[in-house]
Design a protein around this ligand. Structure first.
Ligand SMILES: *[C@@H]1O[C@H](CO)[C@@H](O)[C@H](O)[C@H]1NC(C)=O
Ligand SMILES: *[C@@H]1O[C@H](CO)[C@@H](O)[C@H](O)[C@H]1NC(C)=O
Ligand SMILES: *[C@@H]1O[C@H](CO)[C@@H](O)[C@H](O)[C@H]1NC(C)=O
Ligand SMILES: *[C@@H]1O[C@H](CO)[C@@H](O)[C@H](O)[C@H]1NC(C)=O
Length: 304
């Protein structure tokens, strides 16, 4: 019997993780909502300001950002994995509750990767569909420092939410050149409509419906504060929550006017996110059901 109790104790977190993937999202408990005053330029993020931000690492080195969408799932960019398929999954890890890269605190949780679901229509030439879901080996335990973000249900929903403040976060413009920042950075940005972003003097038509542009009106250098795979997150005043509106994809040419950051537009991937999450959840569920049956069986035999 002791054995059975132990088994249930070990398996229980999986069930709670699967049962309520959307309960309470997009809230931060350690930092006040964005105020009316706008932050100009990038700056160091306060501790606990972005509890859904993770660092995806290869051999313990920061590789890409990511966003917690449920206790078992992290949303990131496909280009973070596409060229790295030859690297064994076991060299990757996902670190949450992190502010200082060099000094993970006691709030930090580290998970390995069970599965990587790249969007099958990712286009390396155009960066269209640059979204990937990472399934973790075991769920994060949510805390003040680790929380899931909300995801818009569809494009209309994104519009209705009437976002007032949007931010990009990351440990630096690592993907292209710059050196990593040790402390997580944040910068406020404006969403830029696709028509403007596609003007001939801007991106000249390469921005697809699955992308969203965000940057500063001034074209100041701050949009390089982003980090591949990490979130473009916006605050809904009505709901007092943050939503992940974009996944950092390309365009970090710091300081160039009319070249804002380009992000995979999450509202266009709501169906894909739902299907992928549901599929993984049921796969994990099947696995755990089998595991439990096997263990219960063993426990019963053990009892006799
Ligand atoms: C984590 O560390 C801080 C300061 O070092 C301490 O105040 C806090 O109690 C610790 N929390 C846990 C859960 O150990
Ligand atoms: C979009 O999402 C909103 C909010 O969840 C919902 O009310 C609406 O029915 C959805 N629209 C479509 C076309 O699915
Ligand atoms: C959207 O938010 C702005 C303030 O940020 C407000 O002035 C406006 O009325 C809102 N629009 C809707 C449709 O709620
Ligand atoms: C997927 O969509 C269905 C129907 O809209 C909803 O009931 C379910 O909660 C969603 N699942 C996830 C994981 O978002």
């Amino acid at each position: 019997m002791e054995f059975t109790a132990l088994v249930l104790l070990v398996v229980a977190p999986y069930f709670s993780a699967l049962a309520s993937p959307r309960d309470g999202c997009g809230q931060r408990f350690l930092v006040a909502p964005p105020g009316t005053s706008r932050i100009v330029g990038g700056r160091e993020a306060p501790e606990g300001a972005w509890p859904w931000q993770v660092s995806i690492q290869i051999q313990s080195r920061h590789h890409c950002g990511g966003t917690i969408v449920s206790s078992l799932m992290v949303l990131t960019a496909t280009h973070c994995f596409h060229k790295y398929m030859k690297i064994s999954r076991s060299h990757f890890r996902v670190v949450a509750g992190l502010n200082l890269l060099s000094a993970p605190g006691n709030q930090t949780q580290i998970r390995s990767i069970r599965e990587v679901q790249m969007h099958k229509d990712f286009n390396t030439a155009t960066s269209d569909n640059d979204v990937t879901l990472v399934l973790l080996s075991s769920p994060f335990k949510f805390s003040d420092h680790i929380q899931p973000v909300c995801t818009p249900h569809n494009v209309t929903h994104e519009f209705i939410l009437n976002f007032s403040h949007c931010f990009i976060t990351g440990w630096g413009s690592s993907y292209y050149r710059g050196t990593l920042k040790n402390r997580l950075q944040e910068a406020q940005v404006e969403l830029i409509d696709r028509r403007t972003c596609n003007l001939i003097t801007w991106y000249g038509g390469i921005i697809t419906e699955n992308m969203i542009c965000a940057g500063l009106e001034s074209g100041a250098s701050d949009s390089c504060q982003g980090d591949s795979g990490g979130p473009l997150q916006c605050y809904s005043e009505d709901e007092d929550r943050f939503y992940v509106v974009g996944v950092t994809s390309f365009g970090h040419m710091c300081g160039l006017r009319r070249r804002p950051g380009v992000y995979a537009r999450t509202s266009r991937f709501a169906g894909w996110l739902n299907r992928s999450q549901t599929a993984s959840a049921s796969a994990a569920h099947r696995l755990n059901t089998r595991l439990i049956s096997a263990l219960l069986c063993a426990a019963l035999i053990h009892q006799q």
